[in-house]
Design a binder for this molecule. Structure first.
Ligand code: URA
Length: 247
């Protein structure tokens, strides 16, 4: 470990308490129970000091991102907003919703301007890279609205794989949510992030997307968060996101 009981750094239980894990007493208890690790090693005694900026702290195997000043935000992106921090053409962009934030935030992946729903933002560049890198295959869930009653063949084709101009693509899961005359809603789970992938796949099977909403990224759900709002992920949610990409 980088720091022992020397006078440098901040007491581990204070760092944990400041990160919202619990009271200092409760955090001492977690240390006592050997549920806290620093830089991959279980902490076996009280009184350790850490550098919250550089030491990697886990509780019960989940990263305590807030200890390092890292935040992860969930944004419910409305349709018509481009996924950039600044737009030279003056179009509404994600950055417009972040003017009150002091951190330097990155968006984790992208949504098309017309796509709505969950976009994660963070000031931890490593997390942003990991979650958006295809190597980690983070699953994303979308609710797709198409015109008409979608055919069983279309569902089968999406599940078994369709040929796109840049190679084959398939959904990991396909579930018909509702089909009333005139409109069908389908939930798909997909783990790759090629541009316009969901729109292109549905187009390919003859059902162009009318509305596309992302409802989940890895373990993080959009839930009933209102469009245009930001929410800070809880320590546990952020921890599960870090864990999902091996951080
Ligand atoms: N697939 C798409 O086609 N668009 C998105 O915004 C996200 C996934």
């Amino acid at each position: 470990m980088t720091r022992g009981n020397d006078a440098e750094g901040v007491r581990l239980q204070k760092v944990l308490a400041d990160a919202g894990i619990g009271s200092r007493r409760a955090c001492e208890e977690l240390i006592e129970q050997r549920r806290v690790s620093v830089n991959g090693e279980v902490v076996r005694q009280q009184g350790m000091r850490v550098n919250p900026e550089t030491d990697v702290i886990h509780v019960d195997g989940e990263r305590v991102a807030s200890a390092a000043g890292h935040v992860v935000l969930a944004f419910n992106k409305p349709a018509g907003v481009v996924t950039t921090m600044q737009d030279d053409l003056g179009r509404p962009c994600v950055g417009d919703y972040l003017t009150q934030r002091s951190e330097r935030l990155f968006h984790i992946g992208r949504l098309d301007a017309d796509t709505e729903g969950l976009l994660l933002l963070t000031n931890d560049g490593q997390l942003a890279n990991h979650v958006s890198h295809p190597r980690h295959g983070v699953a994303k869930t979308y609710v797709v609205t198409v015109a008409g009653v979608i055919s069983r063949e279309a569902g089968r084709a999406l599940t078994s794989g369709v040929e796109l101009e840049d190679g084959p693509a398939r959904v990991d899961s396909y579930r018909l949510l509702s089909s009333v005359p005139g409109v069908s809603m389908i939930e798909v789970i997909i783990h790759e992030g090629r541009k316009h992938i969901v729109r292109r796949m549905f187009e390919e099977v003859g059902f162009p997307v009318q509305r596309l909403v992302r409802t989940r990224v890895g373990p993080i759900r959009l839930g009933d968060q209102r469009p245009g709002t930001l929410r800070t992920l809880s320590t546990a949610e952020a921890g599960s996101l870090y864990a999902s990409v091996g951080l």
